[in-house]
Ligand binder design. Structure first.
Ligand SMILES: NC(=O)c1ccc[n+]([C@@H]2O[C@H](COP(=O)([O-])OP(=O)(O)OC[C@H]3O[C@@H](n4cnc5c(N)ncnc54)[C@H](OP(=O)(O)O)[C@@H]3O)[C@@H](O)[C@H]2O)c1
Length: 229
């Protein structure tokens, strides 16, 4: 199957949590990491999140640096990469910041089970891709994004989407910034939630880089394909 090059960027506490038990966003990294993330966004054709992240944090997912926006425009691209939400039931609020802030394409990936009236309303603000019956079929979605010209896709969480992408073998690399705090809580989201692997299926990784950054460490991982495990 043809799909884009896919990488995840995430920030976690020293105990692997990506937000608190109230599922509220916390500041885990500092300005240097923030600028690095902005560069990764600006270098991508699209940035994707799950509906859980939209409902919890309402991110705009825009490129923040004026210089990076200018670079994109002068190379004939939109100011922002396409912003994508994985949203089986078309629950994306019509006043989400993704719609209100910044220019560029928005894509909502829904399933066939999404209510038609909600899909019709979202159609006014975004391109709608239908993939899967009950939940979004992420493999189909990736192939459709490739058909739409997306070659480099950045995933910005959350925990359930990260699991869906990794467990379906759809991720090539990921960055995790590990910050100097402990969040705790057995229900607080971790980097990958979902069902979890059994011992025989555990996903193996190759460490590409580790760099001390501000008060934490930035790790870059390659996800090994079955044949490389
Ligand atoms: N620190 C960080 O780097 C970072 C980054 C992002 C988010 N976060 C945190 O992560 C939390 C949100 O994570 P979350 O796990 O609740 O939500 P999420 O991963 O953003 O979204 C998950 C939702 O996506 C939809 N989905 C549809 N098809 C799917 C599929 N095949 N596989 C997986 N998901 C699919 C499902 O909702 P439907 O069934 O309705 O489609 C699912 O509940 C928030 O607390 C946020 O603050 C942290």
């Amino acid at each position: 199957m043809e799909r884009p090059f896919v990488f995840i960027n995430s920030a976690m506490s020293a105990d692997g949590k990506i937000s608190t038990k109230e599922r509220k966003q916390v500041r885990i990294s500092g300005q240097i990491d923030f600028n690095r993330m902005d560069k990764l966004r600006a270098g991508s054709d699209a940035v994707m999140v799950g509906i859980g992240t939209v409902l919890a944090d309402d991110p705009s997912l825009t490129v923040k640096s004026a210089e990076l926006k200018e670079e994109r425009i002068s190379s004939g691209r939109d100011e922002n990469p396409a912003r994508i939400i994985v949203d089986s039931k078309a629950r994306t609020p019509l006043d989400a910041d993704i719609f209100k802030k910044g220019k560029g394409k928005r894509i909502i990936i829904v399933s066939e089970s999404a209510p038609a009236d909600k899909v019709d309303l979202l159609k006014e603000q975004a391109i709608i891709v239908v993939a899967g019956e009950e939940n979004v079929d992420l493999k189909k979605a990736m192939s459709e994004l490739k058909n739409q010209g997306i070659e480099r896709l950045m995933i910005e969480g959350g925990a359930t989407l990260n699991w869906g992408m990794i467990s379906n073998g759809l991720v090539d690399e990921f960055y995790t910034f590990v910050g100097n705090l402990i969040i705790g809580g057995k229900t607080a989201p971790t980097f990958t939630d979902g069902e979890g692997f059994t011992e025989k299926d555990i996903q193996k990784l190759e460490l590409i880089d580790a760099e001390k950054m501000e008060e934490g460490v930035l790790l870059k991982w390659k996800v090994l394909a079955n044949s490389e495990k």
